[in-house]
Design a protein around this ligand. Sequence first.
Ligand SMILES: NC(=O)c1ccc[n+]([C@@H]2O[C@H](COP(=O)([O-])OP(=O)(O)OC[C@H]3O[C@@H](n4cnc5c(N)ncnc54)[C@H](OP(=O)(O)O)[C@@H]3O)[C@@H](O)[C@H]2O)c1
Length: 271
Amino acid sequence: MLTNKKVAIIGVGKMGETLLNGMIKNNLVKKENIAGSTAQEEHAKEINKKYGIQTYINNKEMISGKDIIILAIKPQMMKKVLSSIKDIISEKQLIISIAAATSTQFIEECLEKNIPVVRAMPNTPALINEGMTVLCPGKYIDENHIQMAIDIFGAVGLVEVIHREELMDVVTALSGSGPAYTYIIIESLTEGGLRMGLPRELAQKLTAQTLLGAAKMVLKTGMHPALLKGDVTTPAGVTVDGLMELEDGGIRVALIKAVSRATEKSREISR
Ligand SMILES: NC(=O)c1ccc[n+]([C@@H]2O[C@H](COP(=O)([O-])OP(=O)(O)OC[C@H]3O[C@@H](n4cnc5c(N)ncnc54)[C@H](OP(=O)(O)O)[C@@H]3O)[C@@H](O)[C@H]2O)c1
């Protein structure tokens, strides 16, 4: 579906480059049909050299003739960038925004046209094709638009579509920020192994593969994690002692609070 589409990425930073890489590696869009922009000329040159795509520091010049425009700039840059392209953007172009805390309505209003906008919240494991992206359509979106967005983010991981945009703040706090919470868990379990005498490299590998395996068990079986936990916990065994310490440390409440607090922060920024 995307083979002959022309794509422009405004803001080839961490996430923009991840999407660029995913589209090229998966032959989703031809290299000659992708362009990217950055704020600094030096960075644009680097991207051009690394991927062989056309790069720009002038967004207006870049978006002309493109079918899909991906906004991968920081939320605070959004207003300025949108006002710089609003005169030339057309309703035939699809906007996909990955900016946190930036609503489709805000983008539609800044552009002052009935522009199709899809809001997306990906996460950093997209870099290794293990991302989780949630999409949410704006007011002027049809099924084709959604499908194109699914194709782009499907190249770098799993994709879900939701239609209640107010839930995007929770999505941001859960799967968007989630890798950061998970790294703390990996770091801490590794240190537990280290404290009890395992070499660091081994402890880290055991931890990461254990989290990966447990996560895959949940995704593949669709079972409630409490039931899967039951399979590891034998009467008077080792695991139950470990679980007791986790409960005593308030791990559940801490994680629930992390998502709640980050959701509130996302709502606050959105306002
Ligand atoms: N990082 C995450 O985990 C994550 C997850 C989900 C969504 N997001 C969202 O993704 C967006 C980008 O985040 P990021 O972490 O990728 O940030 P980043 O690495 O700082 O990338 C932002 C890029 O935007 C470029 N830029 C700034 N002003 C520009 C302009 N006027 N025209 C064109 N390009 C411009 C910058 O160029 P220079 O490099 O030349 O300065 C930079 O490459 C944010 O809105 C964020 O909310 C991030």
